[in-house]
Design a protein around this ligand. Structure first.
Ligand SMILES: [Fe+2]
Length: 381
């Protein structure tokens, strides 16, 4: 069944009971049970200029320094009680060293080892952790080429939620999600479903091509998303604010600092996730999303939302265009030896190509007579 065979909701998207995504080329499902993932917990980023990154994440965005030395900075958001949500490590090539998830029990690390070993993946385990503040940890090169980490034991630090004297107008309060670029989205979704993730939303076309999917463990729209493109690469890491006005305050601050060129896209309202958003680029080009006010997804029968790729309100509810760099640029990811993973080209249709410019089209109202080329600022391409 494709988007054209279904009846849209009054909001214009489609709803099903279970993820309407089929993988033609799935990763094998292991017989070993998956580890019980609680949530996305932190990302380890390699940056080329630690001082420039510190200025961006600490002085501009206001993340809290838990600990730092000459090579590494450990940062957390204001509501966090675990050691960090972001590790900035100085290195020669800007890249992602780990997408790290917290699991429910220490025994879940044994499950992670068995799960990935059965898939033939490279697996490393360190009783003392790979970074400060984290105990027994498992790192893998997952079947899609991403460096995934799992841990349970972690050093607790003070939760600064009540320390309003430390809050800035653009205060970042939680790590919300990761976003991964991968050539084959259905393959990624099927594999992450095997790992225990539930799909909450996706973008498809009438031929069943899947352009992106959002997947969750915690009861929000996502802990990670798969975006179709050349990969494996990291599209963005997202921090949450309490309210929309906090995001506007970040824009105002960047303008006042004459750093508006760090703003890549937004602010705006997403169609997918219904969240308010802003995309920034850090000094190395790593993309950071500031995100707020998506919706609760924790019931087992949470409806799955599917958007038509030609719906011009899917990525921005106000119909504002997605800038080309947002579709094409992303960060390299590292293997367990610290070398960048080779990037494989996407062979399915590109979302940018099918929605923008001479060959693509988008609609605001599906029932309008003609499929018209994008009518708004997308003509910039
Ligand atoms: Fe996001």
């Amino acid at each position: 069944m494709t988007v054209n065979d279904r009846t849209p909701t009054s909001s214009g998207f489609y709803v099903t009971e279970e993820a309407p995504i089929h993988a033609d080329n799935p990763v094998r499902t292991p017989s070993s049970p998956a580890p019980d993932i609680l949530r996305c917990a932190y990302m380890e980023l390699v940056v080329t200029d630690l001082a420039a990154s510190r200025e961006f994440y600490v002085d501009v965005l206001g993340l809290t320094v838990t600990e730092e030395d000459a090579e590494t900075i450990y940062l957390r958001s204001l509501e966090e009680f675990i050691h960090h949500n972001l590790v900035l490590r100085k290195g020669p090539v800007a890249a992602v060293a780990a997408f790290s998830y917290r699991v429910r029990t220490p025994e879940d690390l044994d499950k992670a080892v068995d799960f990935y070993t059965e898939l033939g993946c490279r697996v490393q385990r360190r009783e003392d952790g790979f970074v400060k503040g984290i105990g027994d940890s498992v790192r893998v090169e997952d079947p899609l080429g991403f460096p995934y980490e799992f841990f349970h034991a972690v050093e607790h630090v003070e939760r600064l939620a009540w320390r309003y004297d430390l809050h800035t107008p653009g205060a970042l309060v939680r790590l919300d999600h990761f976003n991964q670029v991968t050539p084959d989205v259905p393959k990624a979704v099927r594999h992450y479903q095997d790992l225990g993730f539930r799909v909450t939303e996706d973008i498809q076309d009438s031929d069943g091509v899947v352009y992106a999917a959002w997947m969750r463990r915690k009861p929000t729209v996502h802990d990670t998303a798969a975006t179709g493109g050349d990969g494996p690469r990291m599209h963005h890491v997202a921090f949450a604010t309490h309210e929309k006005h906090n995001i506007l305050a970040i824009c105002d601050k960047l303008g006042a600092l004459r750093r508006s060129d760090a703003i890549e896209r937004g602010p705006g309202r997403h169609g997918v996730s219904n969240a308010f958003y802003l995309y920034l680029r850090d000094p190395d080009g790593h993309r950071v999303e500031i995100y707020t006010q998506d919706y609760y997804t924790g019931d087992p029968d949470n409806p799955v939302v599917t958007w038509d790729v030609h719906d011009n309100q899917r990525r921005d509810w106000w119909g504002n265009p997605v800038v080309p760099s947002w579709y094409t640029e992303a960060s390299l990811v590292l293997d367990l030896d610290g070398n960048p993973q080779p990037v494989v080209a996407r062979t399915d249709a590109s979302e940018m190509a099918v929605t923008i410019g001479a060959d693509g089209f988008s609609y605001t109202r599906k029932d309008d007579a003609e499929e018209t080329p994008e009518y708004k600022l997308g003509h910039q391409l």
